[in-house]
Write a protein that binds this ligand. Structure first.
Ligand SMILES: C[S@@+](CC[C@H](N)C(=O)[O-])C[C@H]1O[C@@H](n2cnc3c(N)ncnc32)[C@H](O)[C@@H]1O
Length: 251
């Protein structure tokens, strides 16, 4: 998985892009302007929204996941997502569980280590892959979601619940939380460049400021978001210094 993973958003065909399952194809609605990008501090965790916690068993590894009401958090009916307003972070999607299992298996096989790494989880929602990176001694784990409310009401409580219970005190990761659209969030991310790098060039331009590992699961389902996500990856990914790992899980 790790070393030769290629990243392809668009098919090489000149015709239509080749899209995986779950994409919202053609006639996408005109979206409202995205919410402003903000860093959400751990101390801004919501105390007003009811958060209950339950265990999730991942082939022998138990993590904790919270449950909150979409109506209570966002004032929206319990829908999976509302494009441009709420992008699905309050639901735990199957792909993020598969991603944790795949990462764990790579570590067990000696193909991956998070130790000392700078990790970014894009489209985190519950944030279980990023939490797993913390438990595996990543130096920094930064969580991004479209909605600040998701971070305040779900991601931060999830991180707290899991790390208080399981993290090794000697290897506490620096965790930070960022809300906003992929088209703009690089302006806030601590390890991002202002301009994109060419992922195919041998240049090491901008290598000092980037993430070692980018994690994301079930994030790409809208054609309009693809270019922004690809552009963001080119601004935040450390290339040709540590072997890049890019694993995208969509179910
Ligand atoms: C379907 S949810 C998946 C959540 C989580 N990764 C999981 O698997 O449970 C999609 C995630 O991508 C994020 N997302 C989708 N479109 C986005 C956009 N245009 N800009 C920023 N984040 C976006 C959402 O905030 C949400 O966290």
């Amino acid at each position: 998985m790790a070393t030769n993973t290629s990243f392809q958003l668009f098919s090489s065909s000149k015709d239509k892009p080749s899209l995986g399952l779950g994409f919202l194809e053609s006639s996408e609605p005109q979206l409202p302007p995205p919410p402003p990008s903000v860093e959400v501090l751990s101390s801004e965790v919501s105390s007003s929204v009811k958060y209950t916690v339950e265990p999730v068993n991942l082939d022998g590894l138990t993590l904790l996941k919270g449950r909150v009401s979409t109506k209570e958090v966002l004032g929206l009916p319990n829908s999976d997502l509302v494009p441009g307003i709420y992008e699905g972070g309050l639901k735990l999607w199957e792909g993020s569980l598969d991603l944790v299992k795949a990462l764990r298996s790579e570590i067990q096989n000696g193909c991956l280590s998070f130790e000392g790494k700078r990790v970014l989880e894009l489209g985190c929602g519950h944030g279980l892959p990023g939490i797993f990176a913390c438990l595996e001694s990543a130096a920094e784990v930064h969580f991004q979601d479209f909605n600040a409310e998701v971070l305040r009401c779900l991601t931060i409580p999830n991180v707290n619940a899991n790390l208080l219970e399981k993290a090794k005190p000697e290897t506490v990761s620096e965790v930070r939380f960022f809300a906003g659209d992929w088209g703009e969030i690089h302006q806030l991310l601590p390890h991002a460049r202002e301009s994109e790098i060419n992922l195919t060039s041998s240049s090491e331009h901008g290598q000092a400021s980037a993430y070692d590992v980018i994690l994301m699961a079930e994030t790409i389902y809208s054609i309009s978001a693809q270019r922004n996500l690809y552009g963001l990856i080119k601004k935040v990914f450390l290339y040709r210094v540590i072997q890049p790992l890019l694993l995208i899980v969509n179910s």
